[in-house]
Design a protein around this ligand. Structure first.
Ligand SMILES: O=C(CO)[C@H](O)[C@H](O)COP(=O)(O)O
Length: 208
């Protein structure tokens, strides 16, 4: 099970400091949407240059102009770029095609998706990597629950990631569901001791 560190609502300096502190305990690095909006593709380039061995996820949250945005992310060094599940089917297939040409991957962000029919459509479109996502704003109204995984019942072919305010308390519940990758942002990035939390989380995931 991988841990993906989500770098959100941080300055460039904070991103690099956090990566230095946690690099031994994280597998995938996510450059958050807001960080990309602030610093552009240059920060994706710079992080990939510094951590070439890590899988780099550009959280582009693309929902249109898929070919262009996927190429932007991959040409900057991202191994994976995110596309919203509610996007037009054409956006999904275009981004999958660009990923195939670059030998890279698309992660479909399921934020806001509740219809199982959309999951079946995504599978038909050729999607193989999805993110169960309980959004930052939704987190102000309550915590994410592992019952979110039921959305994917009957679709065992997907590689699954999960995100949404996961912390040391909620991590065991997520681990029980055996996702391939757990995405953690603020529980690590806003912790007093980020290295300590990342180490503990990786330890909990390894023992499973
Ligand atoms: O995509 C995101 C926000 O849209 C975050 O990367 C994801 O939610 C993980 O961060 P946190 O653990 O702080 O919720």
């Amino acid at each position: 099970m991988n841990i993906q560190l989500a770098l959100d609502r941080l300055s460039r300096e904070e991103c690099f400091r956090l990566l230095k502190e946690t690099e031994d305990y994280i597998d995938w690095i996510e450059v958050g949407t807001g960080v990309i909006k602030e610093y552009g593709m240059q920060i994706v380039r710079d992080i990939k240059k510094t951590y070439p061995e890590k899988v780099l996820v550009a959280d582009m949250k693309t929902c249109d102009a898929g070919k262009f945005e996927a190429a932007q992310a991959f040409e900057a060094g991202a191994d994976i770029t995110t596309v919203m599940a509610f996007s037009a089917d054409k956006t999904i297939t275009d981004t999958l095609e660009v990923a195939r040409l670059h030998g890279k991957r698309i992660m479909i962000d399921l934020l806001g998706v509740t219809a199982r029919a959309r999951i079946a459509e995504l599978e038909r479109l050729g999607v193989d990597l999805v993110s169960l996502h309980y959004g930052k704003d939704m987190q102000t109204e309550g915590d994410m629950h592992a019952d979110m995984f039921s959305l994917l019942e009957g679709h065992s072919n997907f590689e699954v990631t999960v995100a949404g305010g996961i912390n040391l308390d909620s991590l065991p519940e997520m681990i029980e569901k055996a996702p391939d990758t757990v995405i953690v942002g603020s529980a690590i990035t806003k912790a007093q001791n980020s290295k300590d939390v990342a180490e503990k989380m990786k330890g909990m995931m390894k023992s499973k």
